[in-house]
Write a protein of this length. Structure first.
Length: 139
């Protein structure tokens, strides 16, 4: 009887940990409008080491807070939609260095998205705050 209780508690604990990590990864689908543009910018230099690419072709979230893109550099697969959400009290933009995409002004609590359809390195910045930049590598 005691062994059964421990097994049940272990299973519940594993389920809680799995739910926590699923929310932490943020691969949930977004309800924002998706803009699809095909660009291939393999000329840009990668400014920071990137993480392991997401196997998902769903969406990946980048938070804009404290005058920074978080995470600053990511790697995804073609077909992935990246969603930038502004959590700052000031407006920002997401503007590709090559001019292939410009989100326009993103105000507090709002988001913009872009679906990457081709591989390459995509450097971007905020036109309102020159110290804010990021990089997305698409495989």
């Amino acid at each position: 009887m005691i062994n059964s209780i421990w097994i049940i508690l272990l299973i519940i604990g594993i389920m809680i940990v799995l739910l926590f990590f699923r929310k932490k990864i943020n691969f949930n689908q977004s309800t924002t409008t998706t803009t699809t543009t095909t660009t291939n910018d393999s000329e840009n230099n990668l400014k920071q080491t990137t993480n392991t690419p997401s196997q998902s072709q769903g969406s990946v979230n980048i938070q804009i807070s404290n005058l920074a893109f978080k995470p600053q550099a990511i790697t995804v697969y073609a077909g992935t939609t990246v969603v930038w959400k502004n959590m700052d009290n000031v407006s920002h933009t997401v503007t590709f260095d090559n001019g292939g995409f410009d989100s326009g002004e993103i105000t507090l609590g709002n988001s913009k998205s872009y679906t990457f359809t081709s591989s390459g390195k995509f450097a971007y910045h905020c036109t309102m705050h020159s110290n804010m930049n990021g990089t997305i590598v698409v495989r």
